[in-house]
Design a protein around this ligand. Structure first.
Ligand code: MIC
Ligand code: SF4
Length: 644
């Protein structure tokens, strides 16, 4: 029986475990990336592990999230990361060089290699045939120290693409269609592989849009083959030597096959407030739009920007619309400037931003109250834009540009023939904003700069014999990490200060949550299905840890968040019977009797609701490694105990 692409790459990097769905496998990691909003913590953790130089083939730190400097905090974090990189053997992509996933694809990604990144959209690398996972900062810290990365062996899904996209229909519409069909939970426990005749009609940036937003399916990752199109991309980046073909075997077996006819696709939009609330643009109709934002790691390639510029050329943005555009990297930005397309964007009235995440993470450009904002981004969770009652729709660059001109949601096919764009044979290569590390013999004397906002990793403790605590919060299904640990311009500067950021934990759901935790000293959170979907931010586990949360009991968990909870020494537990979700209420006194012994012995964990007297069976299902981690108090303690 042949292998899928993912199975081949897993087999080539396997350090432990059996490649059977559901079993834990340990993978050797070739490359890591971090961004600044999760990076500070990841490097504090790396320092705590105590390995002097990174042991990966290539590790890169990007500054792209916290680029609004309204106080000293973000600038201090940048400096901390820059000095850590110099000392510990990492490449440093300076602020202004672009969004981590875009730059990594352009300058560092290598087909066939493994990559983990402290950002959930790291699977963007799957666009060139990398096996790339989003992970918590601690997992990245361990991988930088040479440790394996552990995943549960996923099931394999083939999305077979047939035909070719029609004019004005984009790669974004492909992934929105996949989301429409599979939902935000549809990818859980799976790797999504793309195949079929349609693959070769898609450029690398188009493929990367699709793998990027595979994160919204809850998938472990997504991957395309590395073929001649990939080779041409690598060559255009001056990196043909890094190219290796990556294909699935002819007789690879998939657990599921999804067929998509590219020719039949139409412009789509994800409606508020979920990336899977997908309808055709035509169906939604010409709703008035107040804001259009183009960019983010999903849609900020040169190809996307040139298309937008061609649509806007010689026209003016509708007076009722604010259009902001953030090219994805310095390479994209410079090339736009050199070929005149930037002038077309500016002349049309676009507000040009620096190449960074910007509005995608609520770093500026929050829409007006109740504003309708069309964004080429990947997430439209409620409040993420920074405006609580904004209505955010996710669309392709083509739909975004067309709507910016008309002032209403517009199917770009109504604009007539699509303007042609031509892509260069070679990209402009200038890595002057990527700082290499210091040579090992000079590194020792280098000082790491730590600003006053940078506080150490929170205190952990070994798992208690019995946990007794109240339900301090009960939430419903699909709670995102943006609910648990909101981002945005005001809160993001606190990412390196867990005591301070924890005061914002869950405040979108319940403003009193942090105060209640402080008053109680410890607590339990109860959640619904797909708890913790969305970002990889480990702050959604570290802040609850700091606030004394000992366990989260939910119907089901998103992959990265469950791992982050375990890494932080918090027990993620699921109800054996989903209906028991109703058997615990806010404020109930709960007990997990003898939980340490039960977890240690792999025995079923029982929940005693002391308020009602009801006993509720729970599922823990931890692997041996996870069990040891939980007993020790989390991954940091476990790694220190196991350090070689
Ligand atoms: C996001 O898109 O939500 C982020 C911000 O990039 C996060 C990481 C973070 O919270 O810092 C992600 O996707 O992992
Ligand atoms: Fe940045 Fe947005 Fe991409 Fe996250 S999803 S990495 S915030 S651009």
């Amino acid at each position: 029986m042949g292998y899928t692409i993912a199975q081949k790459l897993i087999a080539a990097h396997l350090v432990s475990g059996e490649m059977k769905p559901g079993c834990e496998v340990g993978l050797r990691i070739d490359q890591t990336l971090t961004q600044d909003a999760t990076g500070t913590m990841a490097y504090l953790e790396f320092e705590a592990i105590g390995v002097p130089r990174v042991r990966t083939e290539r590790s890169v730190a990007y500054i792209d999230h916290n680029t609004l400097q309204t106080g000293f905090e973000n600038a201090d974090d940048h400096l901390y990361i820059q000095t850590v990189c110099k000392k510990h053997g990492l490449y440093f992509s300076r602020p202004g060089n672009g969004i981590c996933h875009q730059v990594h694809l352009e300058r560092f990604g290598i087909p066939g290699k493994t990559l983990i990144g402290s950002d959930s959209h790291t699977p963007t690398g799957g666009g060139i045939g990398m096996l790339a996972f989003g992970a918590g900062g601690l997992d990245v810290a361990v991988a930088m120290g040479g440790g394996p990365y552990y995943i549960t062996m996923p099931r394999m899904v083939l999305v077979r693409l047939n035909g070719r996209l029609q004019p004005w229909v984009a790669a974004k519409d492909v992934i929105l269609e996949v989301l429409r069909r599979l939902s935000v939970k549809g990818g859980v426990g799976k790797i999504i592989e793309y195949g079929g005749e349609g693959v070769k009609t898609l450029s690398v940036p188009e493929r990367a849009t699709i793998t990027n937003m595979g994160a919204e399916l809850g998938a472990s990752t997504s991957v395309f083959p590395a073929d001649e199109v990939t080779r041409a991309f690598m060559k255009a980046q001056g990196r043909e030597a890094d190219f290796t073909p990556v294909f699935a075997d002819e007789d690879a077996v998939y657990d599921e096959v999804v067929e998509i006819d590219l020719t039949a696709l139409q412009p789509l939009a994800a409606c508020p407030h979920s990336p899977d609330a997908v309808r055709t643009v035509r169906d939604i109709g010409p709703i008035a739009v107040q804001q259009v934002c183009i960019g983010s790691c999903t849609n900020s390639s040169l190809q996307d920007m040139l298309k937008v510029a061609a649509v806007l050329k010689g026209k003016t943005v509708c007076p009722t619309v604010s259009l902001s555009i953030a090219p994805g990297s310095k390479q994209v930005y410079t090339m736009l400037a050199q070929n005149g397309a930037l002038a077309d964007l500016i002349a049309a009235g676009a507000r040009i931003l620096e190449c960074a995440c910007g509005p995608c993470i609520g770093m500026g450009q929050s829409p007006c109250s109740q504003g309708v904002s069309l964004r080429t981004f990947n997430r439209n969770f409620e409040g993420r834009s920074g405006t609580a009652d904004a209505q955010v729709y996710l669309v392709s660059p083509e739909t975004a540009a067309a709507s910016a001109l008309t002032g209403v949601l517009t199917d770009p096919r109504t604009l007539g023939p699509m303007p042609a764009i031509s892509l260069p044979e070679r990209f402009l290569i200038n890595d002057n904003m990527i700082e290499p590390p210091a040579p090992a013999d000079e590194a020792e004397q280098l000082q790491v700069r730590r600003g006053p906002n940078i506080k150490p990793f929170p205190q952990t403790e070994p798992l208690r014999q019995t946990i007794r605590a109240k339900v301090l919060l009960k939430v419903g299904d699909n709670i995102t990490t943006d609910h648990i640990m909101p981002a945005g311009a005001k809160i993001l500067p606190l990412r390196s200060n867990i005591p301070a950021i924890s005061q914002h934990c869950f405040t979108r759901c319940d403003p009193d949550f942090p105060a209640r935790c402080r008053a109680e000293g410890s607590g339990i959170v109860v959640g619904g299905a797909n708890y913790g979907q969305g970002s990889s931010r480990e702050h959604a586990a570290l802040a609850p840890l700091y606030l004394g949360i000992r366990a989260v009991i939910a119907k089901s968990f998103a992959r990265i968040h469950a791992a982050n909870l375990i890494n932080a020494g918090i027990l993620p537990l699921t109800f054996a019977n989903e209906a028991d979700y109703d058997a615990v209420a806010f404020g109930d006194e709960l007990e997990l009797p003898d939980v340490r012994r039960r977890v240690a012995n792999g025995e079923p964990v029982v929940l005693l609701n002391r308020t009602t007297g009801k006993e509720i069976p729970l599922v823990s299902g931890y692997t041996k490694r996870q069990t040891e981690m939980l007993l020790a108090g989390g991954l940091l303690d476990y790694t220190r105990e196991h350090r070689t």
